[in-house]
Write a protein that binds this ligand. Structure first.
Ligand code: ADP
Length: 261
């Protein structure tokens, strides 16, 4: 029924009664399918840049085609770009598998979201207008510092890649007495069309494939973000208005009570 997969087991008992058992295998089949889809997608994403590298190397090795210095440099630049694409993809795939490996462990570092946001925001400040504002001095969660740092990097990186050239990008932190901290990353870019919005956290899903490839995207950034936030018992959301901008937000439970304002 409705795409379900069942296994039927029928035994004849000593009393000559029949015992019929039904096993619902739908979940096992769907996990196996999503695993197979993931491997197929990852292989496809790697095969394309690899084929480009091989094609350009073969052309360069041909004395007739690879002789011109200008052409040679252009080809080498393309090879470097494609190799970087593979490097980013492998690094994102490794991040996903590391997160999967520790998903049942409770993260325990004491992470101050205000200090960490200032630190990560500062890494990007040379290239764009990234501002960090907070309604509190500190907002401490129990987390994995490296992973939460990666979330911030991915979100700021997306805001810069798809936002208005040169910014502005605003990171905002609001700790509430309800025991939660809300962190948002906002840009003023072209935004994401409503039909794509619910799917952008899926692995390899891109709203604008050619733009993502041109800016070096792997299609894995937001799925990494969602995995990490959920591992921290938090909630990730992305909201966007085409033509106006995008706001990515996460709510995380605070570890320490906020001092009264
Ligand atoms: P990618 O590596 O392609 O950037 P992500 O998983 O980080 O992959 O994001 C998935 C897709 O969502 C992107 O390809 C892009 O189309 C869209 N997207 C993500 N962030 C933004 C943003 N701030 N503004 C507009 N589009 C975005």
């Amino acid at each position: 029924t409705g795409g379900s997969v069942w296994e039927v087991d029928c035994r004849v008992l000593a009393s000559n009664d029949r015992l019929v058992s039904l096993y619902d295998l739908s979940e096992r089949v769907s996990v196996a399918k999503s695993h197979a889809d993931f491997v197929a997608n990852a292989s496809h994403e790697l095969r394309t840049p690899l084929a480009n590298v091989l094609g350009y190397v073969e052309t360069l090795m041909n004395p007739k085609a690879g002789g011109n210095e200008g052409v040679r440099l252009r080809f080498l630049d393309t090879i470097r770009h494609e190799a970087q694409r593979m490097q980013s993809l492998i690094s994102d795939l490794m991040s996903l598998s590391r997160i999967e490996a520790v998903k049942h462990e409770v993260p325990a570092d004491r992470v101050d979201m205000v200090a960490l946001s200032n630190e990560i925001g500062g890494e990007f400040r040379t290239s764009a207008t990234v501002t960090v504002k907070a309604n509190c001095e500190k907002a401490v969660i129990a987390g994995d510092r490296g992973q939460i740092g990666q979330v911030l990097r991915n979100l700021i990186d997306n805001a810069l890649k798809y936002g208005k050239a040169g910014g502005p990008v605003e990171v905002s932190i609001e700790a509430a007495s309800t025991g939660w901290v809300l962190l948002t990353v906002r840009d003023e870019g072209e935004g994401i069309a409503p039909e794509h919005l619910p799917r952008v956290t899926e692995r390899f899903y891109r709203a604008d494939t050619s733009r993502s490839r041109a800016v070096g995207g792997t299609g894995l950034g937001l799925s990494i973000v969602k995995h990490i936030v959920e591992r921290h018992r938090g909630r990730f959301d992305i909201d966007s208005r085409p033509g106006t901008g995008t706001t990515a937000s996460m709510m995380l439970p605070l570890r320490e009570e906020q001092p009264a304002e």
